[in-house]
Design a protein around this ligand. Structure first.
Ligand code: NAD
Length: 259
């Protein structure tokens, strides 16, 4: 598919393997003409990410733990150096909560793991957006997309502290849209239905979630990472030039239902 991202420079955070939603988005951006830089977290997944990045001729693959300001400063400096000081697209597809907090009761979440989930899953978007701002401003504007889930708006058993983190993420999208709108930078979220990825596997009862989803969603079918990629490509493209601060649901309509 030619075109919408011809000449565009993108940075994608959150690829762990080929099942990652971030990978589907990156592939789509690349297929439509973008040059895509990647970050990976930790040596364990470095090889995976380097192989995937090589398949789309990525000019930059670099380590980044979003808890570290030093890592983030270095990454955005490397992005500036690689892309001549400009960035058009940022994909934030990062989340983490301790496995024990995705199975027990939310009320038992300890303070340190509460902040860990919010730091990695919500604050990291703010930290990235602030560093992307000058690079996008240098290009006359840009677009940012993050990944969220309905568990930030409603209580979903087992999603627990990750739901609270998604609520903070959703709100951050709106405040960032306001701040960065002055620079013609748009910020949006995609709220996805369940997709079988590494992160999803750590949620207790994920299979039950999928079964209920298919039964209750108006379209009675699962969604996949490519559905998220299609939505992200729209939000990140000029076709969405006047869309910011919003959430696009890619969930076969599940969010519309009352039961
Ligand atoms: P994934 O496991 O492939 O991706 C999660 C990514 O977060 C991984 O690449 C991991 O390395 C990264 N990450 C975790 N801690 C990090 C840290 N400290 N620093 C840097 N990176 C870190 O799983 P995914 O399902 O593709 O998740 C991507 C996003 O989509 C997440 O925000 C997730 O909450 C969201 N989402 C997923 C689903 C689903 O069902 N899979 C549904 C809705 C939303």
């Amino acid at each position: 598919m030619a075109g919408r991202f011809e000449g565009k420079r993108a940075l994608v955070l959150g690829v762990a393997n080929r099942r990652s939603i971030a990978w589907a988005i990156a592939k789509r951006l690349s297929d439509e003409g973008a040059t895509v830089a990647f970050t990976y977290q930790g040596e364990r997944i470095e090889k995976n990410v380097r192989e995937l990045a090589a398949s789309v001729a990525s000019p930059l693959v670099t380590a980044c733990d979003v808890r570290s300001d030093e890592d983030l400063d270095r990454v955005f400096q490397e992005v500036a150096d690689t892309f001549d000081g400009g960035l058009d697209v940022l994909v934030h597809s990062v989340a983490f909560a301790a496995a024990e907090d995705l199975e027990g009761r939310f009320v038992d979440t300890p303070r340190d793991r509460f902040w860990l989930a919010l730091d990695i899953s919500a604050y990291s978007l703010v930290a990235c957006a602030r560093r992307a701002e000058p690079l996008m401003a240098a290009r006359g504007g840009g677009a940012i997309v993050t990944m969220t889930y309905l568990g930030g708006e409603r209580a979903v058993p087992h999603y627990n502290v990750m739901g609270v983190a998604k609520a903070a993420l959703d709100s951050s999208v709106r405040y960032l849209a306001w701040d960065l709108g002055f620079e013609n930078i748009r910020v949006n979220a995609i709220s996805a239905g369940p997709v079988r990825t590494l992160a999803a596997r750590s949620i207790a009862g994920f299979t039950t979630m999928e079964a209920m989803f298919e039964e209750r969603a108006p379209l009675h079918r699962q969604i996949d990472a490519d559905d998220c990629a299609a939505a992200a490509a729209y939000l990140l493209s000029e076709e969405a030039a006047n869309v910011t601060g919003t959430t696009l649901y890619v969930d076969a309509g599940y969010h519309a239902m009352g039961m």
